[in-house]
Design a protein around this ligand. Structure first.
Ligand code: SF4
Length: 466
C-alpha cells in the first residue's frame, strides 16, 4: 500500500485493485445517459423550460455549446465529432445554434443570467476568430453573462494561435482546457495528434498573458507506445507549465465501437500493469507537486476553486465534469448536447442531419432523455456527495428528503459492508466516508446507490482504472 498521507489518498496494492477495479460509470449524471429513454419529447423539455420560474428553488443557469468539427482525427477518439477540412460547414451549424437558442429562450422563464458557459466538442477552436465572435454574439444576444461567472472553452493548441487566444479572452472567456494528452513525439505520432511541447508551452503562455484565470490540461494514459518513463517525463513537463487543473483520463481501446481506434496497433498498447504504474506515478508526482487529488482522474492546485469547493463541501459534478457552481439548470445547444432543466434531462440527436431537421422544423431537437422521480433526485444527491466529497451525512439526507437513511438504503449499507471489510469505506452511525484507500475506487462505491444498474444486467461499457 502506498500512503500519500498529506494528499488524503492511498494507492491500493495490486490484489485490491484486481478485486475492486470494476467497470463503473463516471456519474456526470444520474441516471447515467445510457438509461435515458425515447419517450422524452421536445415538448417535455419545453415544458421544463417554461416551468423554471415557478419551480420552488429556481436554480442558476448554465449554457453549453457543442461544436462538433475537427480538422483531423485523433486515433484514440471516442467523441461525437465530424472530421472535415471544409470550414464553410461551421456557418450553417452556427445558424442552427442561433435558431435553437431562440427556441430555448422563447420557452425559458425565470432569470436568464448565466453563471457558467462552456464550449466543448469536437474542437471549438475549429471556428475562426470571426465565427467565435459570432457564436458569443448569439449567446450574449439571448442571455446575460454574470459578473464573475465561469466561461470556458476546450482548446486544441493546433488550431489556436496567439491571435485566437487573445480573441477568446476579449470575447469574455476566462477559462480554458487545453487538449494535451501526451507530450512524447512518438506517442503523438502513434495517435495522429502531433503538437510539439513548444506549441503547448506557447499556447499556455499566451493564455496566461492574455489574462485567462484558469487553465486545465487534459492528459490520457494507456495510449500506444507510452511507458512509465515516457509518461513521467510528460508529467514533469506539465508540472513545469503549471496548469491550475489536470485531468488524466484512461484510454479505453474499443475499436469495434470507435472506428478511428482501428488505426492503433494492439501490440503498441501498454499492458494493464504498465497503465496502473503510469496512473499511480502520476498521482504520486502531482500530489507531491502541489496538486490535490480531487477524485477519479482530476487534480487541482490547492488554491484552485475546485480544491476550495471540495474542502467547503460545495463541489458539484455535471456533464462537463467537476464544477464549483451549485447544481445549475443547463441549456445545451448543438448536436449531441444534453440539457438538464428542473427534473428533465433532454438529449439532442448525435448526428447533425436530424438535429438540423428538427431545428428547421421549428422545434427543439430532443430525441431522448429522462424525467427524474423523487427517488432519482435522492439517489442523484447521494451519488454526487460520494463522488465530490467522499462523504454522505445521513442527517443532511434525512432533512433534505424527509426519509430515514438507514431504512431507505438498507440494501446499499449491506453491500457496502464488503467495502468496509477492505477498509475502503467507513460506515459510521451518522455518515458514510470513503477512506483514503477507497478514493481511487469512488465510482464503484457510488455505484452501490445506482438503482438502475442494480436492477439491470447491463454493467459493461463503463471504464476501469487499468
Ligand atoms: S480527440 Fe478531440 S480533437 Fe481529436 S478527433 Fe476527437 S474530438 Fe477531435
Amino acid at each position: 500500500m502506498d500512503n500519500l498521507a498529506s494528499s488524503g489518498v492511498e494507492l491500493p496494492d495490486l490484489s485490491l485493485l484486481k478485486k475492486f477495479d470494476i467497470p463503473a460509470p463516471r456519474y456526470t449524471s444520474y441516471p447515467t445517459a445510457d438509461r435515458f429513454r425515447h419517450d422524452i419529447t421536445p415538448e417535455d423539455y419545453a415544458e421544463a423550460l417554461r416551468g423554471r420560474k415557478s419551480s420552488k428553488n429556481q436554480k442558476a443557469l448554465s449554457v453549453y455549446v457543442h461544436i462538433p468539427f475537427c480538422s483531423d482525427v485523433c486515433y484514440y477518439c471516442g467523441c461525437n465529432k465530424i472530421v472535415t477540412r471544409d470550414h464553410g460547414r461551421a456557418t450553417e451549424y452556427l445558424d442552427m445554434i442561433a435558431r435553437e437558442a431562440d427556441l430555448a429562450k422563447d420557452c425559458l422563464t425565470g432569470d436568464t443570467e448565466i453563471e457558467q458557459l462552456h464550449f466543448g466538442g469536437g474542437s471549438p477552436t475549429f471556428l475562426s476568430n470571426e465565427e467565435l465572435e459570432r457564436v458569443m454574439g448569439i449567446i450574449r444576444g439571448r442571455f446575460t453573462l454574470q459578473e464573475g461567472g465561469e466561461f470556458s472553452i476546450e482548446v486544441d493548441p493546433r488550431s489556436c494561435d496567439a491571435s485566437k487566444v487573445r480573441k477568446l479572452f476579449s470575447l469574455g472567456l476566462n477559462r480554458m482546457s487545453l487538449g494535451v494528452q501526451d507530450l512524447n513525439p512518438d506517442v503523438q505520432k502513434a495517435v495522429n495528434r502531433v503538437q510539439p511541447y513548444e506549441l503547448v508551452r506557447d499556447t499556455m503562455q499566451e493564455a496566461r498573458s492574455a489574462g485567462f484565470k484558469s487553465v486545465n490540461m487534459d492528459l490520457i494514459y494507456g495510449l500506444p507506445l507510452q511507458t512509465r518513463e515516457s509518461f513521467a517525463k510528460t508529467i514533469e513537463q506539465v508540472i513545469e507549465l503549471s496548469p491550475d487543473r489536470i485531468a488524466l483520463y484512461h484510454y479505453a481501446h474499443l475499436p469495434n465501437f470507435f472506428k478511428p481506434q482501428r488505426m492503433i496497433r494492439d501490440a503498441d498498447l501498454p499492458s494493464s500493469l504498465t497503465k496502473v504504474g503510469i496512473m499511480f506515478d502520476a498521482i504520486r508526482n502531482l500530489t507531491a507537486n502541489g496538486y490535490r487529488y480531487i477524485g477519479m482522474d482530476h487534480f487541482a492546485k490547492e488554491t484552485d476553486p475546485l480544491s476550495i469547493a471540495q474542502k467547503n463541501g460545495t463541489l458539484q459534478r455535471n456533464f462537463q465534469g467537476y464544477s464549483t457552481r451549485a447544481d445549475c439548470d443547463m441549456v445545451a445547444l448543438g448536436a449531441s448536447s444534453i440539457s438538464k432543466v428542473g427534473r428533465i434531462y433532454a438529449c439532442n440527436p448525435r448526428e447533425i442531419d436530424p438535429y438540423y431537421e428538427a431545428i428547421r422544423a421549428g422545434h427543439l431537437a430532443t430525441v431522448r432523455g429522462f424525467r427524474l422521480s423523487d427517488e432519482d433526485e435522492l439517489r442523484h444527491w447521494v451519488i454526487m456527495k460520494i463522488m465530490c466529497q467522499f462523504e454522505v451525512r445521513k442527517q443532511e439526507v434525512e432533512e433534505r428528503f424527509g426519509v430515514s437513511f438507514d431504512e431507505t438504503f438498507a440494501w446499499e449499507l449491506k453491500h457496502l459492508a464488503h467495502y468496509e471489510k477492505h477498509e475502503l469505506v467507513e460506515l459510521h452511525p451518522d455518515r458514510i466516508v470513503v477512506s483514503p484507500k477507497g478514493k481511487i475506487f469512488v465510482r464503484a462505491v457510488a455505484m452501490q446507490f445506482d438503482r438502475y444498474l442494480r436492477e439491470s444486467d447491463r454493467a459493461g461499457g463503463y471504464s476501469t482504472i487499468a
